[in-house]
Design a protein around this ligand. Sequence first.
Ligand SMILES: C[S@@+](CC[C@H](N)C(=O)[O-])C[C@H]1O[C@@H](n2cnc3c(N)ncnc32)[C@H](O)[C@@H]1O
Length: 245
Amino acid sequence: MPIAGRTLPRNDPRQYDDLAGEWWRPDGAFAMLHWLAAARAALVPPATRPGAVLVDLGCGAGLLAPHLSGRGYTHVGVDLTRSALTQAAAHGVTVVNGDATAVPLADGCADVVSAGEILEHVPDWRSAVAEACRLLRPGGLLVLDTLNDTLLARLVAVEVGERLPTVPRGIHDPRLFVDDRELVAECARHGVTLRVRGVRPEIRGLVGWLVRRARGGARPARRVPRMVPTWSTAVLYQGRGVRGG
Ligand SMILES: C[S@@+](CC[C@H](N)C(=O)[O-])C[C@H]1O[C@@H](n2cnc3c(N)ncnc32)[C@H](O)[C@@H]1O
């Protein structure tokens, strides 16, 4: 897929370097990640103890950070992409350059692990799930969102989504999308009882945002689309689960 003048294979992580200037543009190529970060943060309660740690797997440029402000966590972000981590650090994230399938952090170090829009980018998502669960202390919370391994998700997120300004072209490889039932089973194997629910952008907000973008609005929208729960997990879904123990 051609991005910023060069052609890279689908899901090639170097795309994030080419798109480095987009992360913090609220109407940019990563706009929907901002909406998802707000919805993911809503699943995270305030910390219950001093020194609580939230590990953000595949943190990108740290879009979760503003939503965690004042909740009492040290926000530790793990990512492969150095250009993204530089921006995350500038937003107060303690950054670790590493792979979500082999995280250089201790067992049980995290009160919360967040895995937002990362599993569908990892060829071995089961290893990333094992790592997420390993990092959680007993009673710790896992929050995540990802794309389901369905034809509808391929249609909506890739065939349609990548033609809209909400999703960068070529960023997904639909062969990596994650079946929700397999994800729940994998979490259970690692001691985390995960519940999933579908989410989608609120339609009025999305249409208003797209129209504004198409008209070339110079300033960011006053109201950004909210992600809302939906009955089906067939496209995009959130998960929330607690590690037993
Ligand atoms: C779609 S972005 C999501 C970023 C962030 N979680 C958010 O929602 O704003 C995917 C991120 O995962 C990172 N990534 C992809 N594969 C990875 C891996 N195996 N280990 C760590 N990070 C990875 C990419 O560098 C990118 O920053």
